[in-house]
Design a protein around this ligand. Structure first.
Ligand code: XMP
Length: 513
């Protein structure tokens, strides 16, 4: 059985980060809701359990509590922030509410040697973010491993037991040696071997896919984005030509995108690729439509029809593969005041019908995005594919205001290619969340040589973000903006003006529609 650490989620915005840090130590981690019964946790046979932080107070009326029996499973436990407070509260100590609010940097001074801090200096910079704090330890049971100026019980261990607690957050980058603390917990205290790597993941996933699929055929909707590309490469490695990829050109793709996908997957990888040129079909349905939601609906519905038609041509297809990733499947924890509960993907890619007759194959559903990229590299996908910026399902339709026409979509495609090219040349493409052009169906007056022009306008949307839920525009150097602007007005016929979108999200969204 795969060795693993369970992260019990009490509604912290950092639960996923904890799980990722554990995986960075080459130990597989799995996030479960705080209410998971101890028996169900034991059935997973984890090497250790980490209790996350959370927005609640242990004394709140609806405070999330774990099954107290987890402390008797004989499995090491590490409570972080709320996780520490809950541990202490459950085992008979006391927590002071409110008054002890502490946010930001603090210095942890170690008072007792412990494997948790093995290899670390006696003073460590740590990051605090808590309102309550432990005021009294359970009777006779706990040792103080370290304290900060404001928090005596900053790092503690239950006497003679492998139950630990930290008031600070080791998972955030503001605790510079935090990853080593988590590594010590996983490797030294939980005695994990730390052999979970991408190549071991590939071996296991290939075995599992083969066992699940048998001799059946699998269909996958390839979009050219990171997730579907990596899923295709992985499944192809497992079952070769039993995989049938369907790539729909909806006329809303970036410049040369269709050719790129056909070259890479069809030729280089030699996959079975059904290419459906549905440009005319989509543009006909969209003709004259200006209302953003209506456009999205038409595109979604048409995609399902086109995909269905293409899938019907593939015989013996039993499975539909999707590039669903771990954040899409983690159950969000309904804790009062929990922002994580609201941060759920509001856009689910593809929009395939729920009632499809296929069984689902989702081989990436245990991986975080960075891991999907790493897996892509492991499988030989080019950097250009694995590091691709997000591209919305409805494609250029949400970046082209007003009614869609082939001619103006081409203007957008040409301008967009210049934006991406210049951002890449400046070495910024991988550092930026998204960088693209937006077509505005507005004409304004310009002058070129002695001639007056009356042409369209292109907006640049270049934003930083960590998850797409909030974003800020990037303060690009003037020289780069000037270069993009002059290239677009010189090279793209029909455009005489370029503007830079300096709005954050909120109040604006990243895409313009
Ligand atoms: P907004 O425009 O809502 O976008 O700020 C947030 C993030 O989601 C992407 N996006 C989509 N992705 N299908 C997708 O797969 C969609 O319909 C869709 N709409 C927006 C957007 O590119 C950004 O990264």
């Amino acid at each position: 059985m795969q060795e693993k650490i369970i992260v019990l989620d009490f509604g912290s915005q950092y639960s996923q980060l904890i799980a990722r840090r554990v995986r960075e130590c080459h130990v597989y981690s799995q996030i479960l809701p705080y209410s998971t019964p101890a028996s169900a946790i034991a059935a997973e046979r984890p090497r250790g359990i980490i209790l996350s932080g959370g927005p609640a107070s242990v004394y709140a009326e609806r405070a999330p509590k774990c099954d107290p029996a987890i402390f008797d499973l004989g499995i090491p436990v590490l409570g972080i922030c709320y996780g520490l407070q809950l541990t202490i509260h459950t085992l008979g100590g006391e927590i002071t509410r409110g008054k002890a609010r502490e946010y930001g940097k603090a210095t942890l001074k170690l008072r007792k040697t412990s494997p948790l801090f093995s290899g670390l200096p006696e003073e460590l910079e740590v990051w605090m973010s808590h309102g309550d704090k432990v005021s009294k330890m359970p009777e006779g049971g706990f040792d103080i491993l370290g304290s900060s100026d404001n928090t005596e019980y900053c790092a503690v261990q239950m006497h003679g037991r492998e139950i630990y607690g930290l008031q600070f957050h080791p998972e955030v980058v503001h605790t510079p040696r935090g990853k080593e603390i988590l590594a010590n917990f996983c490797l030294k205290i939980c005695r994990c071997a730390g052999n979970w790597t991408m190549s071991s993941f590939v071996d296991t996933a290939v075995r599992e896919i083969r066992a699940k699929v048998g001799r059946a055929n699998v269909i996958l909707g390839l979009s050219g984005g990171v997730d579907s590309s990596v899923a295709a490469a992985l499944i192809h490695k497992a079952i070769g030509r039993q995989l049938h990829c369907i790539f729909v050109n909806n006329g809303l793709l970036r410049k040369n995108e269709a050719q790129r996908v056909r070259d890479l997957f069809g030729r280089t990888f030699n996959m079975k690729l059904v290419y459906v040129d549905a440009e005319e079909r989509f543009l006909a349905k969209l003709a004259g439509v200006t209302e953003p939601e209506k456009k999205r609906k038409i595109i979604g519905n048409e995609f399902v029809r086109v995909f269905d038609d293409a899938a019907a041509q593939i015989t013996d297809a039993e499975f539909l593969a999707q590039g669903t990733t771990y954040p899409d499947v983690i159950e969000s924890v309904p804790v009062d005041g929990n922002p994580a509960a609201m941060i759920k993907s509001h856009h689910n890619v593809g929009g395939l019908p729920k009632e499809m007759k296929f069984k689902l194959l989702e081989p990436l559903n245990r991986l975080f995005k960075d891991e999907v990229r790493e897996l892509g590299r492991e499988l030989g996908l080019p950097e250009d594919v694995v590091m691709r910026q997000p591209f919305p399902g409805p494609g250029l339709a949400v970046r082209h205001l007003g009614a869609l026409k082939k001619e103006t979509l081409d203007i957008l495609r040409n301008a967009d290619e210049i934006v991406v090219d210049e951002i890449k040349k400046a070495g910024l493409y991988h550092k930026i969340w998204q960088s693209f052009a937006v077509f505005l169906p507005l004409c304004s007056v310009g002058v070129m040589g002695d001639e007056r022009s009356y042409d369209y306008c292109i907006a640049l949307r270049i934003v930083e973000s960590t998850d797409g839920m909030t974003a800020d525009w990037v303060d690009l150097p003037k020289s780069l903006l000037s270069r993009i602007s002059s290239r677009i007005t010189n090279e793209v016929a029909g455009v005489n003006r370029v503007v830079y979108d300096v709005t954050s999200k909120p109040p604006a969204t990243i895409e313009w529609e």
